[in-house]
Design a protein around this ligand. Sequence first.
Ligand SMILES: *[C@@H]1O[C@H](CO)[C@@H](O)[C@H](O)[C@H]1NC(C)=O
Ligand SMILES: *[C@@H]1O[C@H](CO)[C@@H](O)[C@H](O)[C@H]1NC(C)=O
Ligand SMILES: *[C@@H]1O[C@H](CO)[C@@H](O)[C@H](O)[C@H]1NC(C)=O
Ligand SMILES: [Cu+2]
Length: 323
Amino acid sequence: MAQTSKIITLLLMVCSAFAACTNPGKRRAWHTLTNNEKLEYINAELCLMKKPASLGLPGAKTRFDELQAIHQLQAYATHFVGAFLPFHRMMMLSHENALRNECNYTGYQPYWAEERDAGKFKNSVLLDPTYGFGGDGSGRDGCITMGPFANYTNSLGPGYQITNHCINRAVNDQMSTGSSQASVAACLAMATFDKAWPCIEGNPHAGGHGGVGGQMLNGVSSPGDPLFYLHHTWLDKVFWDWQARDRATRTTTISGTNIAPDNMPGFPPRPSNIPKPTSAAGDPGTTTTLGHVLNMYGNSPNKTIADVLDIQGDFLCYEYVDA
Ligand SMILES: *[C@@H]1O[C@H](CO)[C@@H](O)[C@H](O)[C@H]1NC(C)=O
Ligand SMILES: *[C@@H]1O[C@H](CO)[C@@H](O)[C@H](O)[C@H]1NC(C)=O
Ligand SMILES: *[C@@H]1O[C@H](CO)[C@@H](O)[C@H](O)[C@H]1NC(C)=O
Ligand SMILES: [Cu+2]
């Protein structure tokens, strides 16, 4: 009898070790969604834009703003550092969970398959005024005037400022060429994280931010444009595609500095009230480690880099459906 229950316990342990992620959420490319699926996503985002803020973060008026604040408050600790990709992965999850848990969204976070639109963002279905995120900006302030998000007032940004302004864009198809399949392929071919991460953070990352322009081009306040989440989810897919080429190693190791340069190219200067990151929480020194804490400012529980390296692990459970 004792023997039997020992065996059962053992079996249960073995099962639970492998049962962590049996039904991964499917993250799909925006252009492959049906119109109804697109509207469900858009309406859930509008729901976050209407929900009052509840976390007490500076300047944030809505739940959408609070997710933007995660990025604004720690831009200099999350770019040009080893945590860049894990941090943005965690931020995408925090956003996806807010849509699902607070706004009844039943899908998963979609991505913008930017390689299809590189050099021609102007014609992208992502900018559709009915089943997309509205068009380019226009007028003196570059405000978007079409689509479901035309009248949203951002409370955070530009940069570190807390001011009311429209969502603005300045589509630049010179810049959007940086999102090309060639840029992606070059990064996927990198042999080490220390080469793959800066490659992804350069182009394709810059291609999407510069290609959309306006708010998206502001390294600090870019999540004020809902396209940010489609862009960074695509980058997360690129990161995962790179990791999957050597999953055992690339989901269990991390490296890179955790000290960003004083003046990050394309970023507004760091104001004096935002402390210079010296060593991020959880890292004993100046190198990014698995214990590095990803601070979600209460939007969702903090996690460590170790928690988010495998998208089908004990914590994360999603997969990317190829476009
Ligand atoms: C989500 O669905 C529940 C149950 O139907 C409902 O009570 C709630 O109001 C919905 N929330 C939103 C934000 O639509
Ligand atoms: C935005 O505001 C304008 C002017 O009040 C209005 O005509 C338009 O329907 C609004 N758009 C949306 C998506 O709410
Ligand atoms: C999240 O991490 C930050 C930075 O380490 C820390 O200051 C904060 O208290 C943590 N928040 C929670 C809810 O644990
Ligand atoms: Cu960012």
